[in-house]
Structures are given as structure tokens and as C-alpha cells.
Design a protein around this ligand. Structure first.
Ligand code: KIV
Ligand code: ZN
Length: 521
């Protein structure tokens, strides 16, 4: 898209978000339909141009998610991924059919190593498949993207032949992914320049970058690809994705916004929603955001050393190249206490970017009141933890009803726990080597399972000794992992919530041999 389309003198770069497809593909990041809809709504609201909602042929769940997202998204193009087979393409076409602006994204490997070992096909056969797949997709929708998987390790002549054939067959976007995170900025920029120069009719398609972070260069490579002529960037919130992840959306967008001198482009993203998007994706996937992560890490705008603090007090530009406000970080602000009313709480939620139904609001308000009764100061972060936790656990079948723990120097520590399992309440007592062990043993007694605890981590949501604890738990079962988080002013309650959250995820996926003890009785 050029300057004239937006009224600005900068070229528009389209943001293609693949959090719900490439992002969800990474181990443990599975999201429920409800969670995917929440993420898609926020992506649409913040100005993402294209939402890759899933891989419809992969499972009925993926198909349903793409179909539903296509139905509800208002502005963005909605796309589903398809391999170069008729079945895949037809399924993707069916899933995106209800979208205001549907796209099919079809891909095929083009590198020697992929063609020889993965596809076991000769280049000429691959070329035929490119033509057939794009043609089939174009018969279903007008907007077709074709990707040359492992494009950065593809021979240039062959890549150009494939791109030319795809454009001729009707592809409107050409993506050249760095599937294995192998390229360098210089090389990737030159690759786009070369292809766009050599392929006849290259100007009939938008070129796209798609980078993985195996060598930590996904963002740099993506920006270099744009300098080489690409005008679509495929990326994910928090950079989640296969292996080391994909290029991070927030980093790409803020690099373009902050360094307009080096990157004379613009995006349509409302950057004040970046922090909210990061938190939502982190909550629903339970993937923590590293503290020093650029743009959205909790330390991204923290100034600890004396010299820096002194500089900041004199002038913020001494150590700040972007303002916290510009990415939606509100200064930790004291909100309300137990006397705050519904209207104040509703405005607070709106200010924080939450849109919710009346029922969800009532539930959030009641939980806020409970928290305010137990905690002197309630901060924005507390409200976020409280609301996001509900979003993540709305469909849990096993819920914590109550927990009492006897802890201290004289063991054994003992937990008495009540769980609601599929609507009926069951109680159990268990000892443990420490209170957390006792809590987890009580859960195991009530919900027998073979899943193994791989990670247990605690951190405080805010400062102060009455801060809420946020606990992360990772469980592994049958070679697959799930993560979950729980927050509460009581660390043991937060631990129980996190463990139960992970069990619910396994239960939702029918894995892990989870059987409610009571249900079996
Ligand atoms: O990394 C990759 O090559 C992909 C394609 C399917 C676009 O994700
Ligand atoms: Zn990818």
C-alpha cells in the first residue's frame, strides 16, 4: 500500500498476526475457542490488518476456531492456513467463507532439503503443485497468499520460477519465510530485492516477511525484508511460536514508529494496546513474558540505577526512547478500595481496554470486592490478574472451592481441600513435604492423574507484603506440556489454582489420564 492510500507520505506496512496459528503451534501454548476469540477481538480492535486464525485441516477445533473468528472479526482480513492439497485448501476456504474479508494462505516447501526429504518430490512436480494449489484457492476466494516454505534456503532461480508461477495463478500476496531462522538482515533484504527485480509482474503482489527467531534475528530480519520491498510482516504477540518463536509484533511496530528516520513506513496499529495484548496472550497461553522483553517486559520502562534515575528526573528523554504511555503502560496506579462503586470499577475496566458482557462484569466486580476486602490497595495489575484469570478459566471443569493448610516448623504440613468437579463438591486431606506439596497431593487424591510437574514458579503481581502471588505451573503428559497460572493474595491458593488450571487444560484435551476420583466412585 502506498502513501496515497493513507494520506501520509510513508509506505504502509501491513501487519499479519499469526499468534493464533504459528504462535499456538509451540508446545504448551494451546488456547481454547473462547480464548482465541478474545485474542482475535483484541487484534482486530488494535488495527491488525490480517489475522491468521488457525490451520483448519489440522483438527475440528482449529476449523471451528477459524470459522468463528471469521464470523466475528469486523475489520481485519481473516485467513486460514492450507498445505498444497485440495483437501486442505477446500477446508480452509470453508472455514473463512463467513469472513467480511476472507483469505486462503497456502504454502509449499521449495528448498532442496525440504523437497528431497520432506516432500520427496522433484522441483518440476513442486512447481506444478504451486500452480494447482494457488489456482484452486483462487477459485474459492479473491485474496490468496502463497508461501515458499524454507524460502531462505531455496535456490534463487527456482524461487523466482515458483513466485512467478504463483502470481500468474492468482496469488495476491507472496510470502518468503525464513522458516528455520537462518538468514541474516543483509541477506534477507537482498533476497527480496532480487526476487522483486527478477520476477515479471512482481508488482502485482504484496511481498511478505515471516521470520523465526532461532538466531535471535527475527525482528531485524523482518525489518530488513521490508527495506528490501516487502510490505507485509508476519509476526506474533510476545514473539511466541515454533521453537525460539516468531518475530514479535510489538517490537516490529514500535521499531517502525520510533525509528521513522531509518524505517520510513507506517502501520495501522494502535500501539497503546500493545501491553494489553501482551498480557492477554500471556494469560491465555500461560507463557510468561520475560522481565527484560523489549516493549512489553515488566522492566522495559524501569530505571533502577541511580545515574539513570537522576537523568530521568532531569529529562525523560535522557534514558527513554519511547514513552510508557505510547505502548499502554499505565504507571502503577492506586485504584479503588472496598468502598469503590460499580461505576468507578466499570470506568476503570474500560480505561484498561476490557470489553465484557454484563454477567462477566458482575463476576469481575464481586471478585474485585472480595480482593479489596483482603488487600489494602488494589492496583491496575491486581485487576488485570483478576479479570484475565477468569478469561483463562471460564470453562474449567475442576474448580477450587476452599483450601486450608497447616504449615510451620512442625511437620508434616497438611492441606484440606474442597473441589467442585463437574458440578459436585468433594473433600480430601493430604500431608506433604511442605505446604505446596501437601496442596498438590490433595489435588492428586481428588483428581488422579499421571501428569508430571515440570515447573513451579512464584512471583508477586505488585509490591508489598500483601501483594497477590502469581504462580505458574507447567505439567507434562504423554510428551506434551501445558502451562497455567493462578493469582491470589495467598500463595498456596494461587498454587492450587495454577495446578488446577493446568489439569483442566489437559482434561479439555482429553489427555493425561485424568479422572476425577469422585466421578469414578
Ligand atoms: O515458518 C514457516 O515457514 C511457516 C509457513 C507455513 C508460512 O509458518
Ligand atoms: Zn512460521
Amino acid at each position: 500500500m502506498t502513501a496515497s492510500a493513507t494520506g501520509s507520505d510513508k509506505d504502509r506496512v501491513l501487519i499479519f498476526d499469526t499468534t493464533l496459528r504459528d504462535g499456538e503451534q509451540c508446545p504448551g501454548a494451546t488456547m481454547t475457542l473462547e480464548e482465541k476469540l478474545q485474542v482475535a477481538a483484541l487484534l482486530d480492535q488494535m488495527g491488525v490488518d490480517i489475522i491468521e486464525a488457525g490451520f483448519p485441516i489440522a483438527s475440528n477445533g482449529d476449523f471451528e476456531a477459524v470459522t468463528e473468528i471469521a464470523r466475528v472479526v469486523k475489520s481485519a482480513v481473516v485467513t486460514g492456513l492450507a498445505r498444497a492439497s485440495a483437501k486442505d485448501i477446500d477446508r480452509a476456504g470453508e472455514a473463512v467463507r463467513g469472513a467480511q474479508r476472507p483469505r486462503i494462505h497456502t504454502f509449499l516447501s521449495t528448498s532442496p532439503v525440504h523437497m528431497k526429504y520432506k516432500l520427496q518430490k522433484e522441483p518440476d512436480a513442486v512447481l506444478e503443485m504451486v500452480i494447482a494449489s494457488v489456482t484452486r484457492a483462487r477459485n474459492l476466494v479473491d485474496d490468496v497468499e502463497w508461501s515458499a516454505e524454507d524460502g531462505t534456503r531455496t535456490e534463487h532461480d527456482f524461487l523466482c520460477r515458483c513466485v512467478e508461477a504463483a502470481i500468474k495463478a492468482g496469488a495476491t500476496t507472496i510470502n518468503i519465510p525464513d522458516t528455520v531462522g537462518y538468514t541474516t538482515p543483509e541477506e534477507y533484504r537482498a533476497l527480496f530485492q532480487m526476487v522483486r527485480q527478477r520476477v515479471p509482474d512482481a508488482d502485482k503482489a504484496v511481498f511478505s516477511v515471516h521470520c523465526h527467531d532461532d538466531l535471535g534475528m527475527a525482528v531485524a530480519n523482518s525489518l530488513a525484508g521490508v527495506q528490501g520491498g516487502a510490505r507485509q510482516v508476519e509476526c506474533t504477540i510476545n514473539g511466541i511460536g515454533e521453537r525460539a518463536g516468531n518475530a514479535s509484533l510489538e517490537e516490529i511496530v514500535m521499531a517502525i514508529k520510533t525509528r521513522g528516520d531509518a524505517f520510513p513506513y507506517e502501520t495501522r496499529i494502535d500501539t497503546t494496546q500493545l501491553t494489553r495484548a501482551s498480557k492477554l496472550v500471556s494469560t491465555v497461553t500461560s507463557f510468561p513474558v520475560q522481565f527484560n522483553k523489549a516493549i512489553v517486559g515488566r522492566n522495559a520502562f524501569a530505571h533502577e540505577s541511580g545515574i539513570h534515575q537522576d537523568g530521568m528526573l532531569k529529562h525523560t528523554q535522557t534514558y527513554e526512547i519511547m514513552t510508557p504511555d505510547s505502548v499502554g503502560v499505565s504507571k502503577t496506579s492506586l485504584v479503588m478500595g472496598k468502598h469503590s462503586g460499580r461505576n468507578a470499577f466499570r470506568s476503570k475496566l474500560e480505561e484498561m481496554g476490557y470489553r465484557m458482557s454484563e454477567n462477566a462484569f458482575e463476576d469481575a466486580f464481586n471478585r474485585f470486592k472480595d480482593l479489596a476486602d483482603r488487600k489494602k490497595h488494589v492496583y491496575d495489575e491486581d485487576i488485570e490478574a483478576l479479570v484475565d484469570e477468569r478469561i483463562a478459566h471460564a470453562h474449567d471443569r475442576v474448580r477450587l472451592v476452599s483450601l486450608t493448610v497447616i504449615a510451620g516448623t512442625r511437620g508434616p504440613q497438611r492441606a484440606t481441600m474442597k473441589l467442585d468437579i463437574d458440578g459436585s463438591v468433594h473433600t480430601e486431606e493430604a500431608d506433604g513435604n511442605g505446604p505446596v506439596d501437601a496442596v498438590f497431593n490433595a489435588i492428586k487424591a481428588l483428581v488422579p492423574h499421571e501428569a508430571v510437574l515440570e515447573l513451579y514458579q512464584v512471583h508477586a503481581v505488585t509490591e508489598g507484603t500483601d501483594a497477590q502471588a502469581e504462580v505458574s505451573v507447567r505439567l507434562a503428559s504423554d510428551g506434551r506440556t501445558v502451562m497455567s497460572r493462578g493469582a491470589d493474595p495467598d500463595t498456596l491458593v494461587a498454587s492450587a489454582k495454577a495446578y488446577l488450571g493446568a489439569l483442566n487444560k489437559l482434561k479439555a484435551r482429553g489427555e493425561g489420564g485424568i479422572h476425577a476420583q469422585a466421578a469414578a466412585e
